[in-house]
Design a protein around this ligand. Structure first.
Ligand code: C2E
Ligand code: CA
Ligand code: CA
Length: 312
């Protein structure tokens, strides 16, 4: 690792490279090259999460994890064919009027023999394997279809929010995919809102701006999800065409007991208001939290206090 890390002078630039090193040991981990390399690779994948410039020895629990991932992966493929995914919808309310103004689509997997699986149990695997792309396409289409179905049934129009993961955002064909879904479902783009986390916005800022502007051009709204947890630089709020700040639930949770969180939440609300952004607080569970948010002029809210994510 140290040898690789030494900067090299190439064409007028100092270039430095870091490595991730997976290690397996003969004969304990395997007696032939193929097995040893495979296990070294498994060990290497394990460190990628903790950042580059690191090493890791293979252990058997990793193999088990890899097998579990593989089984979830093939499960997701089958589930897409068999229509085992469903969307539940959590209402978003205007805190002043108490009216439902929107809904967030949250994916669930009704797996035969296992019952309901929540996103944390399969979204990370879907992201690692690239299956997030077909999965998200399905989510977007289904959320738009449902919004149109509600309107066709004579309900007042509401905004529909869909979560967009990092891999999806960076995917070639992401924008075309959205365009196609809008056309095919007849969804009014002004009713569609995409929720993106701060970390997605911070990677590779130049291409990010272009993608965001193209989304805005289509008439779609953009929300920053989990606001306050991702990044310390606030300058991007000026640069990016954002409509909504969604205050992360971790700040809302301790509102009534932690004065730091209360200070942060009211600061985020003022910041958002002066930048003319829409502010929504998520994870509202109690009357106290709601009271605080109302007093501090937070416009919208979402949380178990009003409703969990429910069937259409
Ligand atoms: P998120 O976007 O931050 O979604 C909010 C999560 O908080 C949801 O969990 C929701 O059920 C939960 N929640 C809502 N109100 C409350 C509350 O008052 N108290 C508490 N304790 N929790 C509350 P869920 O549905 O398990 O989703 C978890 C995460 O999975 C989401 O976080 C989102 O990042 C991801 N996710 C969900 N659906 C999709 C999807 O269709 N596509 C992608 N890419 N990601 C998704
Ligand atoms: Ca969200
Ligand atoms: Ca969130």
């Amino acid at each position: 690792l140290a040898a690789i890390k030494v900067p090299r002078y190439v064409a007028g630039h100092d270039l430095s490279v870091t490595a991730s090193l997976g290690i397996s040991i003969f004969p304990g981990d395997g007696e032939d090259a193929v097995t040893l390399i495979k296990k070294a690779e498994t060990a290497m994948r394990n460190i990628k999460d903790s950042g580059p410039d690191n090493f890791c020895f293979f252990s058997n629990t990793m193999n088990q994890r890899a097998r579990e991932q593989h089984s979830i992966e093939s499960g997701i493929r089958l589930a897409l064919e068999r229509n085992e995914f469903v969307l539940h919808y959590q209402p978003k309310l205007n805190l002043k009027t108490g009216k439902v103004v929107g809904a967030e689509a949250l994916i669930r997997w009704l797996k035969p023999g296992q019952g309901w699986l929540f996103p944390s149990e399969f979204i990370p695997v879907a992201e690692d394997s690239g299956l997030i792309v077909p999965l998200s396409k399905w989510v977007l289409r289904e959320a738009c279809r449902q919004t149109c179905a509600w309107q066709a049934a004579g309900l007042p129009p509401i905004r529909m929010s869909v979560n967009i993961s990092a891999t999806e955002f960076r995917q070639r064909g992401f924008l075309e995919g959205i365009r196609t879904v809008l056309e095919e479902t007849g969804m009014n783009p002004e009713l569609l809102e995409l929720e993106i986390t701060e970390s997605v916005l911070m990677q590779n800022a130049e291409s990010t701006i272009q993608i965001l502007q193209a989304i805005k051009h289509m008439g779609i709204r953009l929300a920053i999800d989990d606001f306050g947890t991702g990044y310390s630089s606030l300058s991007y709020l000026r640069r990016f065409p954002i409509d909504v700040l969604k205050i992360d639930q971790s700040f809302v949770r301790d509102l009534s007991t932690d004065s730091n969180d209360a200070a942060l939440v009211s600061a985020i609300i003022s910041l958002g208001r002066s930048l003319k952004l829409n502010i929504i607080a998520e994870g509202i569970e109690t009357q106290d939290q709601l009271d605080f948010l109302k007093t501090n002029h937070c416009e919208e809210g979402q949380g178990y206090f009003f409703s969990r994510a429910v069937e259409p």
